[in-house]
Write a new protein. Structure first.
Length: 301
């Protein structure tokens, strides 16, 4: 296709947007609403997934060393624990530190530091943070093999609950996104078919005067792509703007419940490109290709 022909057909497609603005606004409006629903469902799923993961990460695995562990054993265990796969945080707590913690907690009832000044019953231990709740069982097995380790307390039952909850919520939210995407495809496809049907006489006249199928189809394709991308831009602006405002409000109005879930939503900077890219792809595929394929049966004149 020559450049002059290309620019002419693109101009025709843009002209058709203005000439048929009523149907264009209708298809853009439907697509924008569908994108808003998909964006809301996606952001809900991402945040619930992050909140469940945050809660799961707060559960520490405690590695107790033997009471008679030597300094060399503790140093070797420290190195082994820190080099264990999936371990992302390690804090050593000495018996004296454990005694001080419990002494402060029970200061109104008993002076533990005086009571156990000569015979500290607490074990030296390591507080270990694992990168994901579903890796806790494997990490626990590895930690138990380290020389000098007396016992490993890991929140296995709780981690299993968090892993199951995280997967269930993620699957449910992404299933909602999938359903909304299918509904969008059906609704937009029908809207496009109505738009093309209203212009079947125009297509027939162009075919009778000798225009090729590609020449006829290309302006419709340009028209569809442009309307789809405009709808994607509108939906992206609304979703990202509303989500940014929600993030600020959530951070500026902390509650006990919000602090339990990490105190903040997933930052917009981490998800905006998925929203914009997904909407642009959805607008291009649904409106551009949908328009071009919908006129196929009207080309048989």
């Amino acid at each position: 296709m020559r450049f002059s022909s290309f620019t002419y057909l693109v101009g025709q497609g843009l002209h058709n947007l203005r000439a048929n603005r009523l149907m264009t606004f209708a298809s853009m409006g439907v697509l924008t609403v569908c994108m808003l629903l998909i964006g809301a469902a996606y952001l809900l799923g991402v945040n619930i997934d992050a909140m469940v993961e945050y809660i799961g990460d707060q559960n520490e695995t405690v590695v107790y060393m033997n009471l008679d562990a030597t300094e060399d054993q503790i140093a070797a265990a420290d190195s082994a624990i820190r080099s264990t796969e999936h371990v992302v945080g390690v804090t050593y707590v000495s018996p004296q530190e454990v005694l001080s913690i419990y002494s402060d907690m029970l200061s109104d009832y008993i002076d533990l530091e005086s009571a156990f000044s000569n015979d500290n019953p607490f074990y030296p231990n390591y507080r270990v943070v694992v990168d994901s709740p579903d890796n806790i069982p494997a990490v626990k097995d590895q930690l138990e093999q380290i020389d000098g380790v007396y016992r490993v307390n890991a929140p296995l039952d709780l981690s299993n609950i968090f892993v199951s909850l995280q997967k269930t919520i993620s699957y449910a939210c992404y299933a909602v996104v999938g359903v909304l995407a299918i509904v969008s495809i059906v609704v937009i496809n029908n809207t496009i078919k109505i738009t093309v049907f209203n212009r079947r006489k125009e297509i027939g006249i162009m075919k009778l005067v000798g225009a090729t199928n590609g020449f006829i189809r290309f302006p419709f394709f340009v028209e569809g792509v442009t309307s789809g991308l405009i709808a994607a831009a509108i939906a992206s602006g609304v979703v990202c703007g509303a989500y940014y405002a929600l993030c600020r409000w959530y951070a500026e109005n902390p509650t006990t419940l919000s602090q339990m879930f990490g105190g903040q939503l997933v930052p917009l900077i981490d998800v905006w490109y998925y929203i914009v890219g997904g909407f642009a792809l959805l607008g291009f595929v649904l409106c551009g290709i949908g328009t071009a394929t919908s006129i196929r049966k009207h080309l048989n004149v």
